[in-house]
Write a protein that binds this ligand. Structure first.
Ligand code: F0G
Length: 407
């Protein structure tokens, strides 16, 4: 098992604390000797209940290492019945990552990365975040008994996420800038102070935990879907899901790959722009903006990996407006009872457009990744909803209101 640069293929020891290639400054990934792993995967492994750690043979953590875990993964895959006929897709699913311990997919990678950090003797973990990574870092850092630092942008960070980070004892520092600057600063900080271990998704161990999302989808469906639609922010998650799929294919556990479709918000869509221009790398947007604050990112750190996932899978990238995001979020909740946060609704919001453009057909089996729980950021939707009616506490007044509402 090694760390390998995705550009120059230079390799590093798996225990070296390093986030970017020392030769060419590009992204790193964990590579395995898959032949050896294949021999370890006997049939009993298939019957272990779903969780991130079910896939230990394909994770970069030895069995003898103490895990920092809150029982992450094993999230529900919901078949959408009403919403699928509304949108005219026969086989439509939502993988609800809001089921994770801190309410987002980040917990998958955080468990692996904090476990790795601890095993390497790190005592301080740190990240830049639009909210969810900070909540996850704070919880897993508490569990692992480590100091924890998070940098968040000023302005619209969802209070649900911020309060999680604060309650779980992270030192939360708000930087007078956006997420992209926060990431730049935290990378410099960890480069200058090696005792600060960086857990943003440029850390390849994060991707390793997150790739279990792919394994679970295959386990839950019993096969590979035609398309997986993922919101893109810093671009780690789509890269992770694709890596997981490729590893299962190489191991002979599946015989086809899904098309990976990435979705960004209109005001924050550098990866979509790169895709439409057939480029391999995204160009930074200076002032990203969207109500989906989780993905308000102008310079996604893993854009190269994400674009490779999209091109190699013959996938697609699409942008959606804030209005479409809100509509998608409301429809998913109203028709299926699944309340997700705005960024997480972007795949659902993109469906109509993707069908209209012929990117997906009504016969395709489609899995949308709902990355985070709606309770993380309730203000966005409640601002658009009618306030509850106030009435006197007598039956006639209440019945009148019920009758009016039913009309
Ligand atoms: N959805 C949610 C709810 C997120 O919090 C994020 C990223 C994404 C999607 C995008 O995933 O970055 O892997 O492409 N949130 C990060 C954070 C940036 O700091 O919490 P990605």
């Amino acid at each position: 098992m090694l760390l390998k640069c995705i550009n120059c293929s230079y390799t590093y020891d798996i225990d070296k604390i390093i986030y970017l290639c020392e030769k060419c400054n590009d992204l790193l990934e964990v590579v395995y000797d898959l032949d050896k792993i294949g021999n370890k995967l006997d049939s009993t492994w298939k019957n272990i209940p779903l969780s991130v750690w079910k896939y230990q043979p394909l994770l970069p953590i030895d069995t003898n290492i103490d895990r920092v875990t809150l029982s992450e993964g094993g999230t529900r895959l919901h078949r959408l019945n009403k919403f699928s006929s509304f949108i005219n897709i026969k086989n439509l699913y939502v993988k609800n990552e809001g089921d994770n311990p801190t309410g987002s997919f980040k917990d998958r990678g955080m468990s692996i990365t904090v476990t790795k950090a601890k095993s390497l003797g790190a005592s301080i973990i740190a990240c830049a975040s639009t909210g969810n990574t900070s909540a996850s870092l704070a919880a897993y850092g508490a569990r692992g008994g480590m100091k924890r630092i998070v940098l968040i942008p000023t302005g619209k960070v969802a209070y649900g996420k911020l309060s999680q980070a604060m309650v779980c004892g992270a030192k939360v520092i708000q930087i007078e800038s956006n997420f992209d600057k926060c990431l730049e600063v935290i990378m410099e900080l960890s480069a200058n102070f090696p005792d600060i271990y960086l857990v943003n998704s440029i850390n390849p161990f994060r991707i390793e935990g997150q790739k279990t999302l792919a394994f679970e989808i295959i386990d839950q469906l019993g096969h590979v879907p035609d398309c997986i639609i993922v919101p893109i922010g810093n671009a780690g998650n789509i890269s992770a899901i694709w890596k997981g799929m490729r590893e299962f294919l190489e191991l002979g556990l599946i015989d086809k790959l899904p098309r990976m479709i990435g979705v960004q918000a209109e005001g924050s869509s550098p990866v979509v722009s790169a895709f439409k221009a057939k480029k391999m790398e995204a160009t930074k947007i200076l002032k990203p903006d969207t109500i989906a604050t989780a993905i308000r990112i102008g310079a996604p750190a893993s854009s190269k990996k994400a674009l490779r996932a999209i091109y190699d899978s013959k996938g697609y990238a699409e942008r959606v407006s804030d209005k479409e995001i809100l509509e998608g979020q409301m429809n998913l909740a109203k028709l299926e009872g699944i309340f997700v946060e705005p960024a997480s609704a972007s795949p659902i919001a993109a469906l109509k457009k993707l069908i209209r453009k012929g990117i997906i057909s009504s016969d395709d089996e489609v899995v949308c990744i709902a990355t985070g729980n709606g309770l993380k950021d309730p203000d966005v939707v409640t601002n658009f909803l009618k306030k509850p009616l106030e009435v006197k506490a007598d039956l006639t007044s209440i019945k009148n209101v019920i009758d009016d509402e039913m009309e």
